[in-house]
Design a protein around this ligand. Sequence first.
Ligand SMILES: N[C@@H](CCC(=O)N[C@@H](CS)C(=O)NCC(=O)O)C(=O)O
Length: 239
Amino acid sequence: MTSVTSRGESSISKIKVIGPSISPFVTKVKAAIAYKKLPFEHQEYVGISELRKLNPQTGKVPIVLFDNEVIFDSSLILRKLDIEKPSPPLISKDTALAAKQYLLEDWSDESLYWYVQALRWNTRNEPRTVEENRRFVPAPLRFFAKPILRQLVGKQPIGQGLGRLPYEILVEELELRLDNLAELLRQHPFFYSDQPSVADFAIYGISATGFSGATPEFAKAFSNQAELVAWRSRMDDLA
Ligand SMILES: N[C@@H](CCC(=O)N[C@@H](CS)C(=O)NCC(=O)O)C(=O)O
């Protein structure tokens, strides 16, 4: 059982983030922990059987161990961080503002993520995406990395739907969404606020994956938005 001391410091003695840095949700979590100035370890690789054991519920990364307590899902992990160390907060105390921050976090995790995934697994970018992920396929199966990764991850954007859009439309829609985000940043240095929140960390994670090298369209569209470029540099400085 953990508790928060009267100084608002967490009594958790060890935080371990599990999951590859190429995952936007891993970057989201690591950046939020760093913003809280909490020490943590990062385990980049997790085998399938370890993952099943740690997170039988969703089978997804990231997973964070708070001492021996396992928390999965980046949004639930950020909620836990705010409980363990309330300052600096990841959500505004102003409930109207908090509502917007939660909704933007959810949009980033559940929609913007799929634009990037659809681009990563588009035939133009698939070879680079496979290269980035090859090392996560167990060595004896690595020769079959492409079909294995396609089956496990690559077909997801098709199931979600964005992966079915014609490439040009997908890129055009992504450009519009990034333009929408830039518009929001004309009002405040962070989304809806002068302080970063769950929304910023979620979008920051997506941008890191978008700049991995596999999706030049994302990098180009993002770099064309001066507000987003300045915001990303502010986010880099928080860690
Ligand atoms: N909503 C989850 C999404 C996590 C997620 O989709 N993780 C991906 C990696 S980026 C994953 O584990 N994919 C493997 C799978 O879907 O089996 C979160 O915020 O943590």
